[in-house]
Design a protein around this ligand. Structure first.
Ligand SMILES: [Zn+2]
Ligand SMILES: [Zn+2]
Length: 407
């Protein structure tokens, strides 16, 4: 049995909002290439699987018929209509492009393949780097009995996300594998609002999102006080961290709050959204993690899944707008899934540096793990303040959230 399987497809490149848009599909190529260069796809532990297109019925587990119909209309290469603001489609974050629906379906299908591989026991961990489109809003969700319930919200594209593959994947696992409890952990710098609000009223999908404080970043929602509703109360955990949070306090939050909550919930499977726009170099956010943090986060999640849910780990991609960071960080995550992280060299191969330069015009650092000295970069006063604010946040989580999990 393989320990980790990567999902990829050349056609992932078709999900393209245009040359000026930050979510360039080149990010995926860079990750795939580095993973390949390190020989992680063709050995006893790791391999590659081709993505497939999700069907309308699969997309329809979360999104309504009307939304799907509109997406198909605007996806027609001959479409000459304008934006469809009602559904969040138009210039800005989610510009309409030809075959938009089909390309989105491939991203979703990649996540569903990952779910199949893990749930059928063909591998413990599968990683769809194109997935993690956590902002798209859905009108439907599935409860533990596999019944469709209304989320009370309208379908919509949002924040570069057309279809919410995270939410569809959870519903797909409930429907096809009878999972009673699914945990979702989202470490993107932006809150996983779509995913969390879709399952907001349900206890069978525990959502945890740790993100830069919404007062300072899109989507501007997802505060600690929002803990779910009705039966779902307690099963939505929002952890808003202060801007410029760096490795040490971030990892402390994972260890002291996220770990115990997920272990206590005892899910059948863990879905993670592995956005890496928390990196200090990211142009879209104000976080201060280094690549070394991703190394530690990958180990944290890996240990957690083997303790909490028999190793079942469906990993999805997410944000990350420094393409070389995306390449390095996701390679670290995947190498950890394959138990090959210790064998990686400290530096990326020259072939990858050249590839990166050709693709992005930027020359990445040779070293994989970068140095970020928070005291030097942020100043001692800020450094201490950030630790203090995050310690208070940990106390608040323990006070407000822990009782739901008998902790
Ligand atoms: Zn993001
Ligand atoms: Zn493992």
């Amino acid at each position: 049995m393989k320990k980790g399987i990567l999902i990829d497809s050349e056609e992932f490149q078709n999900y393209d909002f245009g040359p000026q848009h930050p979510l360039t599909p080149k990010r995926l190529q860079l990750a795939r290439k580095l993973i390949e260069d390190f020989n992680l796809l063709d050995n006893d532990n790791g391999s590659l699987e081709e993505a497939r297109y999700a069907t309308d019925d699969e997309v329809g587990l979360i999104h309504g018929d009307r939304y799907i119909k509109v997406l198909k209309e605007v996806s027609d290469p001959n479409y000459r209509g304008g934006p469809v603001w009602e559904y969040g489609l138009g210039p800005g974050d989610n510009p309409i492009f030809p075959n938009m629906y089909e390309s989105s379906c491939l991203y979703v299908g990649g996540s569903l393949i990952a779910a199949d591989l893990v749930m059928k026991g063909e591998t413990d961990h599968a990683f769809n780097i194109s997935g993690g489109l956590h902002h798209a809003m859905g009108s439907k969700a599935l409860n533990a009995d596999g019944q469709t319930v209304s989320t009370g919200r309208g379908d919509s594209a949002s924040g570069f996300c057309i279809l919410n593959d995270c939410a569809i994947t959870a519903a797909y696992i409930i429907k096809n594998y009878g999972a009673k409890k699914i945990a979702y952990l989202d470490v993107d710098a932006h809150a996983g609002d779509g995913m969390s609000y879709i399952y907001y009223k349900l206890p069978n999908v525990l959502t945890i999102s740790i993100h830069q404080h919404p007062r300072t970043l899109f989507p501007g929602t997802c505060y600690l006080e929002e803990v779910g509703e009705g039966e779902g109360e307690g099963y939505c955990v929002f952890i808003p961290v202060t801007p410029y949070t760096f490795d040490e306090p971030y990892l402390k939050i994972l260890n002291e709050t996220v770990g115990p909550i997920i272990k206590s919930y005892k899910p059948d499977v863990l879905i993670t959204q592995l956005g890496v726009d928390t990196h200090y170099s990211d142009q879209l956010t104000m976080m201060a993690l280094s690549i070394s943090a991703y190394q530690k986060m990958s180990k944290f999640m890996h240990k957690l899944v083997h303790k909490a849910c028999n190793g079942k780990w469906v990993a999805l991609g997410g944000g990350g707008y420094s393409p070389d960071v995306v390449g390095k960080a996701w390679t670290l995550y995947f190498s950890e899934m394959c138990e090959k992280q210790e064998e990686l060299p400290d530096e990326v191969p020259q072939s990858w540096i050249d590839y990166c330069r050709t693709l992005t015009g930027r020359t990445p650092d040779k070293k994989i793990v970068d140095d970020f000295d928070p005291i030097k970069r942020l100043g001692k006063e800020n450094y201490e303040k950030i630790i203090q604010v995050n310690d208070e946040l940990i106390d608040s989580i323990k006070e407000k959230i822990f009782p739901y999990f008998k902790l």
